[in-house]
Design a protein around this ligand. Structure first.
Ligand code: FAD
Length: 500
């Protein structure tokens, strides 16, 4: 077969939040993107508590703000924790940070079947070719570079698809992450397992905190209690992996016993009934889920989301890391396809920034798992790991757990001009929707350079308005490093920095 053949600019493996995000942000620049998803959506997934950075940063760039509003997900203003030395639950609100205010000081608790479907449908609408029921088996390599994937469709026939870039967004079950670097390194510190289920009729915190995530530590571990609707609650318990035997036998009995051990959760579930039918009817287990790859990239390929790394879920950082890494990967691909900056520089920029955000959460979590402290000492630890000189300790904590501790402007909805930004985001989405509509189902037309040019220019102008540009994100995070371009969708050299 000829190695020069390119079917697509990008093939994305997996249609979860990381896959939809990277696919959409590359397609919005007019490139040819194919996304392959093993399942048929909607499919079940855990990870329901989102951060403001995802809702007001990434989802705004994707142009799904109105759709999320229409889906009427539970609004989350912060978290309530029974944790550490303090016997009384304490509450934090995203709103105390100046980086999140008004509407932007909230996030959503989402049913992932609905949320992931919204992102995947949006990807289609923005020009991504999405194929479900296609399972990727392996990557195709040529002279050390990844040049495509091998996959099987619903008919079981194997096919080879060539692309200039492959992104592995296939989550914790990824089989192709092995093609990048060595094996996953599992954390000794977070060797945990989770047992989780759904309840109808659980209690709610008093307003305005009824949508908060509630986390309650107790002798054997900690519970999450996530209100998904007025009546439906996601309840899970995180235990040290020593407890595997206890959780694995009779799950129903084990869960009931653990709830009884934790007075706060027992009280909230006093009048509740476990859901026993449909996708929420199962009591599920996940174990050993904190890991990190020693490499995230190689020529032609990047790992994003859970395919690359994952940390303990106590601060709901999973979808945040997944969608942030997808944005960073999209910048790298957009820049390389445009031929603007050397590929290795772009790959290093992606990996450096992704690891930096991972490390922030990881280091903070290690301190947070020391449950013998009080909340003030956790706030100070957040300030220390974030290295933020101007914020108070409590603000540092809230910014870290809100996902806006980094200098990524793209993750913050501007406090000063929220209306303008919302309008810009709608315009941006409309430009792309219109272009895709004009092209209709005619994929060839979408691929013409004229159409790509129209898309790229419209998106450039609009994203620039949305992301704001300038300020602290123009400072590289490593020596000789790159910064986001003014449109937020590429990398560029900082003013006065190295030239290509
Ligand atoms: P996924 O959402 O896993 O999507 C990967 C997709 O790839 C899937 O649709 C899968 O079908 C597809 N796929 C897999 N293999 C193939 C293949 N070979 N070919 C084609 N397609 C394939 N995160 C939060 O933000 N908030 C939370 O409250 C939270 N709670 C959590 C609680 C627990 C117990 C756990 C374990 C995780 C939690 N998470 C939470 C993390 C969250 O689940 C993940 O971080 C997030 O789903 C990662 O998104 P992703 O797109 O990388 O992967």
């Amino acid at each position: 077969s000829d190695t020069a053949r390119d079917d697509y600019d990008l093939v994305v493996v997996g249609g979860g939040p990381s896959g939809s995000t990277v696919a959409t942000l590359v397609a919005m620049q007019g490139h040819r993107v194919l996304l392959l998803e093993k399942e048929t959506f909607p499919r079940y997934q855990i990870g329901e508590s989102l951060l403001p950075s995802t809702v007001h940063g990434i989802c705004r760039l994707l142009g799904v703000t109105d759709e999320l509003k229409a889906a009427a997900f539970m609004v989350k203003r912060g978290g309530t924790f029974r944790w550490g030395r303090n016997e009384q639950p304490w509450t934090f609100a995203f709103g105390i940070s100046s980086r999140m205010s008004g509407d932007a000081a909230t996030a959503y608790q989402v049913e992932r079947m609905k949320f992931d479907q919204i992102l995947l449908d949006n990807a289609r609408r923005k020009g991504v070719e999405v194929r479900e029921q296609v399972s990727v088996l392996d990557v195709v390599e040529h002279e050390g570079r990844v040049i495509g994937v091998r996959a099987t469709g619903p008919d079981g026939a194997a096919q080879e698809i060539r692309a200039r870039w492959v992104v592995d967004a296939s989550g914790h079950k990824s089989r192709i992450h092995r093609r990048v670097g060595g094996p996953r390194h599992y954390s000794d510190y977070f060797r945990n397992l989770a047992l989780f289920a759904y309840f109808e009729g659980g209690r709610r915190l008093p307003a305005p905190n009824q949508g908060n995530i509630l986390a309650a530590a107790f002798k054997s571990g900690w519970f999450w209690y996530i209100p998904l609707t007025d009546t439906l609650t996601s309840v899970g318990v995180v235990l040290h992996s020593d407890a595997l035997e206890r959780a694995q036998g009779d799950r129903e009995a084990a869960l009931a016993e653990l709830i009884a051990e934790c007075p706060l959760i027992a009280e909230f579930l006093a009048d509740a009934k476990r859901v026993t039918t449909g996708p929420y009817g199962e009591i599920r287990i996940r174990k050993d889920w904190s890991y990190l790859k020693d490499e995230f990239t190689r020529p032609g390929m990047m790992l994003v989301g859970d395919a690359a790394c994952f940390i303990d879920p106590v601060f709901s950082s999973g979808v945040h890391l997944a969608t942030l890494s997808a944005l960073l990967a999209a910048r790298t691909i957009n820049t390389c396809l445009a031929g603007d900056v050397d590929e290795q520089q772009c790959l290093t920029e992606f990996e450096t920034r992704y690891r930096r955000e991972y490390r922030l959460f990881h280091d903070f979590l290690v301190a947070f798992y020391d449950t013998h402290e009080d909340e003030d000492s956790y706030f100070w630890k957040a300030k220390k790991v974030s290295d933020n000189r101007t914020a108070s300790a409590q603000e540092s904590f809230v910014e870290l757990v809100g996902g806006v501790a980094s200098s990524e402007n793209a993750l913050i909805a501007s406090a000063a001009t929220p209306r303008r930004r919302d309008a810009d985001a709608r315009d941006l989405a409309a430009v792309v929707d219109t272009a895709v509509e004009i092209a209709g189902e005619d994929r060839d037309l979408l691929r013409t350079s004229m159409m790509r040019g129209v898309l790229r220019e419209g998106v450039r102008v609009q994203t620039q308005a949305v992301t704001g540009g300038n300020t602290d994100e123009q400072i590289p995070v490593r020596d000789g490093g790159l910064v986001p371009s003014p449109d937020g969708m590429h990398w560029s050299w900082p003013a006065g920095g190295a030239a290509t």
